[in-house]
Ligand binder design. Structure first.
Ligand code: PLP
Length: 395
């Protein structure tokens, strides 16, 4: 088919040309004396995206799921009690991993379309006088439902309860795209992956840890091998890896971190918010609803949009792909067939968002959804014209 194929799933995301070109180079020697010239600045610069000042960051040749496993197996011990909540496919998978790794999981099931239940977490923490809960978990951005949770709120309830539990955050579809402050919010393990806000292919798992988590890892007894902090620290301190690193992806990471630094995190967050608002205006104009139950849960990186009764969202996604060469995200697990998703994160501008909305509109109309042609696109255009992209000077 002629023309571009468009990618608007919530990861992998579109890759900037500079990043693609930076990865287009011959294989190199990962034991060369000059290799640390690449890696040592990467270990430092990635911490800036997490806003981690006093801890350290690990870069694993894995996807985000590997970084989840690294966090749990290095910092916790078998049988440790952990407090988690489940409100979408990714928070569900994190719970599943914790159970399979042998932790005692206290899981709070929440309505899909809501996020981390701070009041219930606070109750559990206050009741836990013996401090048996070793960690609480927060999925900052539930990609399946387009819900953002309050990480700073998790820190506040831990402090309020005077509870020493560690704070684990899944930032796979948020870090580098929406506000995240590891040091300020006292996050002990923050997990992300290369294929979303970092604008790279999948293949790198990022884990940024606090000093407290590093100390905990020295006495934690869960078995680990591939993901061992100790092995990584020994090799990373010299600028190397304990196994073969994904050298091209590391070259791409250098380019993506440079792009992030050039734009500035504040500007990136503002851009994501403005683009996401454009999508939300379109959804309103179509007369449809988001899966996220209230504005406080709205995600600036992905919108999960409920289709009307009698319409299968899978048909909308299939149709957009087959007829209009546009990938939208489908509904996962409990929202299968009920939502389609527009990923609006990473390397993205107004016109790309308008393209995603045009494709969604065409596919919705073709699948029998009653809406006025151009209504969503028009509402987003009006929003983009009204709202100026603020430019924030980075400190
Ligand atoms: N957590 C969230 C919120 C995600 O969106 C994803 C993937 O989409 C994951 C975890 C799993 O990451 P990966 O697919 O990189 O292993």
């Amino acid at each position: 088919m002629a023309g571009f194929t468009h990618l608007f799933i919530p990861g992998p995301t579109n890759i900037p040309e500079q990043v693609r070109q930076a990865m287009n180079l011959p294989m190199e020697d990962m034991r060369a004396a000059s290799f640390p010239d690449l890696t040592l600045p990467l270990f430092e610069d990635i911490k800036k995206v997490f806003k981690n000042e006093t801890g350290r960051a690990f870069i694993y040749p894995s996807s985000g799921t590997g970084a989840w496993e690294a966090a749990m197996t290095n910092v916790l011990s078998p049988g440790d009690r952990v407090l988690m909540s489940r409100f979408g496919q990714f928070s569900h998978l994190w719970v599943d991993m914790a159970e399979r790794l042998g932790f005692e999981v206290d899981v709070i099931d929440c309505e899909w379309g809501t996020g981390v239940p701070l009041e219930l977490y606070a109750e559990r923490l206050k009741a836990d006088k013996a401090h048996r809960i070793k960690a609480i978990f927060c999925t900052q951005n539930e990609t399946a439902t387009g819900v953002t949770s309050d990480v700073a709120g998790c820190r506040a309830i831990l402090d309020d309860a005077n509870h020493p539990a560690l704070l684990f955050v899944d930032g796979v579809s948020s870090i580098g795209s929406i506000d995240f402050r590891q040091e300020e919010w006292g996050v002990d393990c923050a997990v992300s992956g290369s294929q979303k806000g970092f604008m790279l292919p999948a293949g790198l798992g990022f884990l940024s840890v606090s000093k407290k988590a590093l100390v905990a890892s020295r006495t934690a007894t869960h078995r680990r091998c591939f993901f061992s902090f100790e092995d990584m620290i020994r090799a990373n301190d010299a600028g190397y890896f304990p196994y073969t690193p994904a050298t091209q992806l590391l070259r791409g990471l250098r380019a993506s971190l440079d792009l992030i630094a050039d734009e500035g995190l504040g500007n990136i967050f503002a851009r994501h918010h403005r683009l996401a608002e454009g999508v939300r205006k379109a959804v309103d104009a179509w007369g449809l609803k988001l899966c996220a139950k209230a504005p406080k849960w709205h995600s600036d990186t992905v919108s999960a949009i409920l289709v009307p009764e009698g319409i299968d969202s899978g048909d909308v996604v299939k149709h957009a792909y087959q007829k209009y060469q546009t990938s939208l995200g489908g509904g996962l697990n409990k929202v299968f067939g009920k939502v389609f998703r527009i990923g609006h994160l990473g390397w993205l501008n107004e016109v790309m968002v308008l393209a995603s909305l045009s494709a969604a509109e065409l596919a919705l109309l073709d699948c029998g959804v009653k809406l006025a042609p151009g209504s969503g696109v028009g509402a987003a255009i009006a929003h983009f014209r009204r709202s100026q992209q603020p430019v924030i000077a980075e400190a």
